[in-house]
Design a protein around this ligand. Structure first.
Ligand SMILES: *Cc1c(COP(=O)(O)O)cnc(C)c1O
Length: 492
């Protein structure tokens, strides 16, 4: 049976279901599989299978405490016609690379891949563990997680969902998506701070054991929909496995041939999922980690030092405006060979000094990672050029990834077939995209959606149609210091 342990060494070992309910470990560590499982099938036997047929055994390999029926229930419930693309994740080729389009779910960003299944995994876990308390999902968002979590959990019995987003740090479309969310168990608040403030505030609440006791007396247990929850991460592994199998199916690669993956990265969840896929047995050569101006990860991969003592920028790829990449802690656990003492020391150093350096051994283990970044202006140019040359429309995050890939190729002339994680619909960042493809200034943020659609004829995702006409249900803006109080009030 798979066991989950804290990255910081807390002695208790949990099952998958228990780790999903817990969210974060009592010692503030993140739950990781003690050992990452191997692929549960021969890749060649999976050619021609559907997304669900591939995702189910991959997720099941991690959560082997779930029965076959439970897994079927979760996977079937999640990846149904909520996804507007046939077979959930289309792969498009443009300019010699393959785009793994992860954004065809309800909220038009890749977060739907995990957050459409998390409510099923969580409610199933609650049943398995005979947990009687109501689960309150507490989430900090840089824009996309919040909406995807709200969609996933709205009106799910036995749950409440509370989302905090940075008032100045999300796009207009992202904000409107969240504040128009319906559902009697949904609560959305803007905070006067940036994403790291929101994430730190939420982490503080999770680590406040007195507060947890108080809530438990009221019959409530906190859990997380952020990628600190292992139930978020595991479903993401599935699409890299799927991507590899589809490339085999299209005969773009031969069985066993290595591919490179490029991932626009913020909290390090998505790229970590690719790393887990490799550990399971998917042949991946290079991991290309792409950042915007908040390039703390680029520097980490180049220098082996993680240092958040730097300016923070608001960019046109807001879902990556992050300095503290939470999931890097899980990666450290891997590159330190499961040495939880070492991980704990590094995290303490991050908390006290805002930085840490990794050992020479660990540096050797990150050699298959390449870090690069693209700034706001370059991102816009990249979208424009791709559209002009190939009629392929990228969002700002995907464009950051493409640009870093382009730089990498210029330096290395690597021959591997490359898969780029395409993380959002261009319409989610319509204003930047409009500018990139030569549309002039428009009145409101939403007119850009219309203009981009008229010019490109790329269909507008359902969830973004008529957004400006929807009723606003959430209006509160709070101070960072009021987050805990706000949680109490929302749960009254
Ligand atoms: C969240 C997000 C990212 C970053 O993903 P991480 O898993 O946090 O690294 C990139 N692009 C988009 C559009 C996102 O929503």
């Amino acid at each position: 049976m798979m066991k989950y342990v804290s990255t910081r060494g807390y002695e208790e070992e949990l099952t998958g279901a228990q780790a999903i309910i817990q969210g974060i470990a009592p010692d503030k560590g993140l739950y990781v599989p003690k050992k990452i499982p191997e692929l549960p099938f021969d890749l060649k036997d999976m050619v021609g299978k559907t997304y669900k047929e591939i995702a189910k055994p991959v997720i099941g390999a991690f959560f082997d405490d779930f029965t076959e029926e439970e897994l079927t229930y979760c996977v079937d419930g999640a990846y149904d016609d909520k996804f507007e693309a046939s077979n959930v994740v289309p792969i498009k080729k443009a300019s010699g690379v393959f785009f793994l389009e992860l954004f065809h779910g309800k909220t038009a960003a890749f977060k739907d891949m995990a957050l459409s299944i998390l409510p099923y995994l969580l409610t199933t876990s609650v049943k398995k563990e005979n947990e009687e308390k109501k689960i309150c999902i507490l989430t900090a968002t840089s824009g996309d997680t919040g909406k995807a979590a709200l969609e996933g959990f709205a009106d799910v019995d036995g749950t409440e969902i509370i989302v905090f987003y940075p008032q100045q740090g999300v796009s207009r479309v992202q904000e409107r998506q969240m504040i128009t969310q319906e559902g009697k168990n949904t609560h959305v608040f803007a905070i006067k701070g940036n994403f790291d403030d929101a994430q730190n505030g939420v982490k503080k609440i999770f680590n406040d054991s007195d507060f947890a006791k108080e809530l438990e007396l009221g019959g409530i247990k906190l859990s997380s929909a952020n990628s600190i929850n292992i139930g978020r991460l595991v479903p993401q592994v599935a699409y890299y496995v799927y991507g590899y199998i589809k490339l085999l199916e299209k005969e773009e690669i031969k069985l066993g041939e290595e591919i490179n993956v490029v991932v626009p990265t913020g909290n390090f969840g998505n790229i970590l999922a690719a790393f887990y896929a490799k550990t399971m047995g998917i042949p991946i050569g290079k991991f290309i980690c792409a950042s915007n101006e908040n390039k703390v990860l680029t520097d980490f991969f180049n220098e082996g030092m993680y240092d958040i003592n730097r300016d923070f920028y608001l960019t046109n790829s807001p879902s990556m405006d992050i300095l503290i990449s939470s999931n890097l802690e899980r990666f450290l656990y891997e590159i330190y060979g499961g040495d939880t003492e070492a991980v704990k020391d590094l995290m303490e150093s991050l908390e006290t000094k805002g930085k840490y350096s990794i050992s020479e051994d660990a540096k050797m283990r990150i050699e298959n990672f390449y870090g690069g970044y693209a700034d706001t202006e370059t991102t816009v140019e990249t979208i424009g050029k791709m559209y002009k040359d190939n009629k392929y429309l990228m969002d700002t995050h995907t464009a950051v990834a493409y640009k870093v890939y382009d730089e990498y190729m210029k330096q290395t002339r690597d021959k591997n077939i490359t898969l780029i994680a395409s993380t959002a619909s261009a319409y989610k960042f319509a204003e930047s995209v409009a500018k990139a493809i030569g549309i002039g200034r428009e009145g409101s943020g939403f007119e850009y959606i219309k203009k981009v659609s008229e010019k490109t004829e790329v269909p507008i995702p359902k969830g973004l149609q008529n957004l400006e006409k929807k009723e606003i249900c959430h209006r509160r803006v709070i101070e960072i210091s009021e987050m805990k109080k706000t949680v109490s009030e929302a749960l009254q």
